[in-house]
Design a protein around this ligand. Sequence first.
Ligand SMILES: NC(=O)C1=CN([C@@H]2O[C@H](COP(=O)(O)OP(=O)(O)OC[C@H]3O[C@@H](n4cnc5c(N)ncnc54)[C@H](OP(=O)(O)O)[C@@H]3O)[C@@H](O)[C@H]2O)[C@@H](O)CC1
Ligand SMILES: Nc1ncnc2c1ncn2[C@@H]1O[C@H](COP(=O)(O)OP(=O)(O)O)[C@@H](O)[C@H]1O
Ligand SMILES: [K+]
Length: 478
Amino acid sequence: MRTAYSVETVRAAERELMARLPEGALMARAAAGLAAVCAELLARRRGRVYGSRVVLLAGPGDNGGDALYAGARLARRGAAVTAVPMDPARIHPGGLAALRAAGGRVAESVPARADLVLDGLTGIGGRGGLRPAAAALVERIPAGALVVAVDLPSGVDADTGEVAGPAVSADVTVTFGAYKPGLLIDPGASRTGAVRLVPIGLELPDRAELEALQHTDVARLLPLPGSSSDKYRRGVVGVVAGSEQYPGAAVLAVAGALRGGAGAVRYVGPAADAVLARYPEVLVGRGRVQAWVVGPGLGSGRAAEVERALADRDVPVLVDADGLRGLDPEVVRARRAATLLTPHAGEAAALLGVAREEVEAGRLAAVRGLAGRYGAAVLLKGATTLVASGGVVRVNPTGTPWLATAGSGDVLSGLAGALLAGGLSGGDAGAVAAYLHGLAGRFAAGAPAAGGIAAGGAPVVAQEVAAALPEAWRSVRG
Ligand SMILES: NC(=O)C1=CN([C@@H]2O[C@H](COP(=O)(O)OP(=O)(O)OC[C@H]3O[C@@H](n4cnc5c(N)ncnc54)[C@H](OP(=O)(O)O)[C@@H]3O)[C@@H](O)[C@H]2O)[C@@H](O)CC1
Ligand SMILES: Nc1ncnc2c1ncn2[C@@H]1O[C@H](COP(=O)(O)OP(=O)(O)O)[C@@H](O)[C@H]1O
Ligand SMILES: [K+]
């Protein structure tokens, strides 16, 4: 499990550790780790550190201090290091002295050429969008320079990933002691480049503010058949989806459920012919199920079917897409079994009564808000998928923007429904489904295991995502 900690938690751990260490020791550790990463990057790019041009954007706080001390280390290895303060009257004094002693210099404006720029404007102390003096320096970062963000890209909110105004886009982010939520949640996450964690000895609580499952966590949660399994024990998923207008949503949700490990899938709705033509193994009509998936492609005027599924208070229910329209928090709160809501930003915005942009800019607040309001697990789809449940928020580390294709959300809902039917909690079913779906998207696209859209791959269609789910299962199980 990868974990991310809030600024408050990191600061508390920092205070506790600082009390036991000589002054400056923590910053020295941070700067040493930062300089080592920079040296590695310079060696890869130019063959050596000696003679390379390094620019430090130095903010007035400790983030600037880290950059200056790291710059001093690089200067001692022969780099030509220039610090440009955001505010010349406020620059970290110790860091500045160290840089000068190592032969580094200070300039008022950003040099036109650089091999590497260290963004030390703001770290966990940054608030809101970058102020004009900082934004002006960022604008002048020379084209072609590698940008290394110190702790986090300046302008990104460490706790939420929100970006209010200008912010740095880094190639690499070197973060200290712990991941911060803002490094893993968009829009901040798409500014970080590759994230490198430098341990500095912080002792952090077991419970993190944000979690990201990894292969071993998912493998542990996957419901697997045993020798005494039969199709009912493995879990029957009831899919209430599709309409005359959108029969394909039913087919895709069923595809996700079948590939998600359901013992059987029961389909209820007007698209039975389309479903059976593709999947003759599906049962048609109502009957006993271990979880319901309601909503994909329902169209309008089908609220009674959603209510009927939710009224089955002891059976887990996943509500997606059209099923989410006008969903009553009291009805969901009254349920005993798990409820998992899977909105995209537009659906979440409608449920919260805010603009879609507000959800996209503040994904963490939106998913927490919905989970609190409905007393349910909520999976918020999008560039970074978040799953909130019982006070814990998980961020999905897999996926590819190629998944932004019609019907891929339907596959996800069927998949998560199968995991609910297999006995997973709402939060686990959502997180595991997002993980497998993201991996399947990458496999279907032929995209590498990490990296954004720039990393490669080709367009996928939703059916291919469903078809790649077995490969995703196999890769997780090792
Ligand atoms: N925690 C740890 O364990 C360790 C932490 N370490 C390091 O310390 C960093 C935190 O340092 P920090 O607390 O000094 O805050 P920091 O991020 O430098 O920013 C504050 C300064 O920025 C300014 N400012 C604020 N917002 C702004 C904006 N929008 N636009 C422009 N300016 C803005 C603000 O100005 P003011 O509001 O005071 O006018 C203030 O001067 C942390 O990220 C890590 O790098 C490591 O050395 C060791 C281990
Ligand atoms: N920019 C993106 N990067 C990664 N994944 C994305 C992006 N945009 C959408 N997705 C994923 O694609 C899927 C789209 O689902 P949804 O919006 O419900 O579409 P549909 O209703 O057409 O099936 C979700 O799993 C979502 O997380
Ligand atoms: K920074």
